[in-house]
Design a protein around this ligand. Structure first.
Ligand code: B12
Ligand code: SF4
Length: 506
């Protein structure tokens, strides 16, 4: 069988700082290929829609699989599926990925027959099974499959993550993938899932609050196969377990792999496992993304971050001591007034870290999707990208975006444009000398992407696909939120203090 996999276009935020390879789709593609099928991949973060249609024409696939990790990409995927089905009714179209797993039924409804099925949950094993089963009309025997008529067995967690290495060769123009000055940059996965349960996040609900790791040898082998000099570690929270971080470092060292790394972690994990991060700085760890989310106790409690402001600030200090450059995320509430934005600007300018601001957004699959008492002001999927306000703003919407963009501009001034070029001149020259232009282009892109007028007019676009609003305001049981039912028994629920670092011991 011939299978064409597609990743939708980049969203707003990614237009500036980064563009990363679609690792999930490469893993799904690898699994399908190992099952004996021919696979191609079009990444619309790099290629244009016309390239996708050209590929359809030349490759003549039997199956098209669309990746939908992001809610904001759903309308684009629906339009692509409809056009594909109209021109080629014989092609079997399926979709899968993080976000679509939470809204499968409504997306199938919007697709009106253009999408044959959605695979909820992890795709590696199910997608390969689907290619076999769909030929005989047996798609509904595959775990995670949902069609317009019915749903198959519940999604199944992979027993061994190490068995499905990504087929990185499926992505062409790999030099286009970068993050900041790590240009070019590949992506790698060491662990999957998160044992915490922040109220605004769906990373834990997707995997049923499980946490699994690749075998250190398999992870190191995958890393060694990467040609790029840098790697972005996609784990939700890197190095939760110190012994695993150390075993991985041993395996990486044994292979003599040396790269520059960018990872995401939690402040309290950095504090607890400082020696692991220190060791990884010797292996090339340069950048770290820390989701502080809020600066005050009240905000942290509302997000159920299970962290205190003191821990957060201590973690920043540790990262500085280790020489790791940190990017921080702060979530702006649509209720913020001018003073709150001013306070954030003042604080952010007082620290050397790169501070990003995103807008609080309830997503299907998160707890706040069910508990948020404010009424959504829009049901346009495209605005659910953490850069737009989908809840009522206290300031007039235009003023809210002005303050947001002003804050982002002030914070970015130090890390983009001429001031960045002055401090990074050597790095920029080196990248250009190697034919890599992503980083240098990034330095001047800010105002073409972040623009309060553009954000405001995004709200005025005609909406062809409307999200299904949450049914009722109530705190759901955790298991109702899960895509993958948990397979491990956990201790009975109890209240945790904010200072507790890891709610579930494994
Ligand atoms: C790495 C990552 C990124 C990378 C993306 C790299 C890329 N090009 O894919 C970067 C840093 C660029 C990024 C950016 C953003 N991200 Co992000 N990201 C993640 C993260 C941490 C891990 C994703 C990942 O690579 N996992 C590892 C791979 C192997 O798994 P996977 O991609 O999920 O794929 C598996 C399944 O989903 C499925 N699958 C995937 N595709 C397909 C396709 C088919 C056909 C099938 C059958 C199955 C299938 O099978 C795969 C294998 O099991 C997730 C959290 C999470 N745990 O999922 C958030 C997450 C997906 N991101 C999120 C957000 C909000 C964003 C941003 C909007 C943030 C921002 N500030 O603007 C941007 C927008 C990006 C864009 N589209 O342009 C949200 C999604 C929210 C939503 N509901 O839409 C998540 C869930 C984080 C969260 N805490 O809520 N992100
Ligand atoms: S720690 Fe990070 S990945 Fe885990 S639930 Fe909280 S925000 Fe999501």
């Amino acid at each position: 069988m011939k299978v064409l996999l597609v990743h939708p276009s980049a969203l707003m935020y990614s237009e500036i700082y980064l563009r990363l390879e679609p690792l999930g789709l490469e893993r799904v593609g690898g699994a399908i290929r190992r099952a004996g099928h021919e696979v191609r991949l079009v990444d619309l973060q790099i290629f244009k829609h016309r390239d996708y249609f050209k590929e359809l024409e030349s490759f003549q696939p039997d199956f098209v699989g669309i990746s939908l990790n992001y809610l904001a990409n759903i309308p684009e995927a629906l339009d692509l599926a409809k056009e594909t089905k109209r021109d080629r009714p014989g092609v079997f179209i399926f979709a899968g990925g993080h976000s679509v797993s939470f809204v499968a039924e409504e997306v199938l409804e919007h697709a009106d027959g253009a999408i044959d099925c959605i695979i909820r949950g992890e795709g590696e094993e199910s997608a390969a099974l689907l290619i076999e089963a769909a030929r005989d009309g047996g798609a509904l025997s595959v775990p995670g499959v949902v069609t317009r008529e019915a749903a198959g067995p519940a999604p199944r967690l992979l027993e061994n993550l190490s068995l499905h290495p990504p087929a990185r060769d499926l992505c062409r123009k790999r030099r286009k993938y970068f993050i900041g000055h790590l240009d070019p940059c590949a992506s790698i996965e060491f662990t999957r899932g998160c044992p915490w349960d922040c109220s605004f996040c769906s990373a834990w609900t997707f995997y049923g609050r499980s946490y699994r790791r690749l075998e250190p040898e398999a992870a190191a082998e995958d890393l060694a196969s990467i040609k790029e000099p840098s790697a972005f570690i996609v784990d939700d929270v890197a190095f939760i377990k110190a012994d695993y971080g150390m075993d991985l470092a041993d395996a990486v060292e044994r292979r003599g792999v040396r790269k520059q790394y960018y990872l995401e972690t939690r402040p309290n994990v950095l504090l607890r496992n400082r020696e692991v991060f220190e060791r990884w700085t010797r292996l090339g760890l340069q950048y770290m993304f820390l989701g502080l989310e809020a600066l005050d106790e009240e905000g942290l409690r509302a997000f159920r971050k299970r962290a205190t402001p003191d821990q957060n600030f201590e973690a920043l200090e540790v990262a500085r001591q280790l020489g790791i450059r940190v990017a921080i995320n702060i979530i702006a509430d649509p209720a913020w007034d001018v003073k709150r934005f001013e306070q954030l600007r003042e604080w952010a300018l007082s620290v050397p870290e790169i501070v990003h601001v995103t807008v609080q957004t309830p997503y299907p699959g998160t707890e706040i999707w069910h508990t948020e008492s404010r009424k959504l002001t829009t049901l346009d999927y495209r605005l659910f990208d953490v850069q737009h306000a989908v809840l009522p703003t206290t300031l007039p919407l235009e003023r809210f975006y002005e303050e947001l963009v002003k804050t982002q501009a002030v914070l970015n001034r130090r890390h983009l444009g001429w001031s960045a070029l002055q401090t990074m001149a050597g790095v920029a020259a080196n990248r250009l000398a190697h034919g890599q232009t992503n980083f240098v282009k990034m330095l001047w892109k800010f105002s073409s992407v972040y623009n309060s007028k553009r954000q405001l007019t995004d709200h005025q676009r005609p909406v062809r696909y409307q999200m299904r609003p949450p049914a009722e305001r109530s705190t759901p049981q955790q298991k109702v939120l899960f895509v993958h039912p948990p397979t491990v028994r956990r201790p009975p629920a109890r209240a945790f203090t904010a200072a507790e670092s890891l709610p579930i011991q494994r």
